[in-house]
Write a protein that binds this ligand. Sequence first.
Ligand SMILES: Cc1cc2nc3c(=O)[nH]c(=O)nc-3n(C[C@H](O)[C@H](O)[C@H](O)COP(=O)(O)OP(=O)(O)OC[C@H]3O[C@@H](n4cnc5c(N)ncnc54)[C@H](O)[C@@H]3O)c2cc1C
Length: 297
Amino acid sequence: MKAAPFEYYPAHSLEHGLQLLKEYGDDVKLIAGGQSLVPMMAMRLAKPGHLVDIHRLSELQDLQVVDGFLRTGATVKQCTLEFSPKAQHIPLFGIALPWIGHQQTRNRGTVGGSLAHADPSAELPLIATILGANIHFQSIDQGKRHCLANELFLGPMWTNIDPQECLTHIDWPIWSGTNIGFAFEETSIRQGDFAMASAATQLQLDAQQKVIRMTFGLGGMGGTPYSFNDLSQSMIGHLLNNDAIDALAEQAVKGTEPASDLHASAPYRRNLAKTLLKRTMQQAVAMALTSTPPSSS
Ligand SMILES: Cc1cc2nc3c(=O)[nH]c(=O)nc-3n(C[C@H](O)[C@H](O)[C@H](O)COP(=O)(O)OP(=O)(O)OC[C@H]3O[C@@H](n4cnc5c(N)ncnc54)[C@H](O)[C@@H]3O)c2cc1C
């Protein structure tokens, strides 16, 4: 199929893009990398009468460390996060980004587009959720606002972004210190497909190998990514040994609502998620026990 007819507007500035969003109301969409929107338009699952292209706006291409956060503009490309030395401040990017589609899609797809699209199996929404990334927006009528990633995602392809708003940038908390470990695991039918289930863990241990801080989560296991803050908090001051890991993984998947579909039943997904989660925790602990502090460049 081909997309329904639409008018195309390259935004000259953020202000210009926001004015166009206001002017065309419910019949307009932003386009960034086009890697999700264009297929949806081609299948006529989306039929915006007006497309506002933001991918060239320099205002949305920040990539810098600000007050303990890595700030990424909305239109920073996924491939940039994969390879930029600055992106190493969020080490999960380096191991999770290669799972997003293919090199060709990551060359065009943007960070903000992935969050705004809100696929529950997508990698960046999971990382944003477990790290507690702060998401910033702007519109003509409401000005600027921000929210945490776990408040952004409301359901599959459903966010709290107002149609008049543009996601402008994301602040990703940087963990500093020693004995930090992190891991990401995913299973998909074929290389480049969306995850059947995915898991991520980041933690920091003290000199006695006890947990100082910890975060972990699951993707593809319900309408939004999951993070398990209460379970993580319960581990602070404790050893994360194999028994503790088994118990955490068991508890975590109990709270998820995976779908049964052509590829896997819900019980299969739960088992898979449990295995992936345990692996990430084991790897993160092993890494934390041998890690050196990240470079501050
Ligand atoms: C073959 C293929 C495989 C893929 N596999 C994966 C995968 O495994 N994992 C994965 O996560 N993704 C995958 N994707 C999707 C890819 O990551 C997209 O890049 C991403 O989902 C959307 O980013 P984009 O910049 O292309 O956004 P677009 O397609 O341009 O936009 C997507 C949506 O977000 C909105 N939007 C975009 N930017 C903003 C903004 N700044 N503010 C407000 N709204 C905005 C648009 O209006 C649209 O509704 C795949 C895509 C393809 C084609």
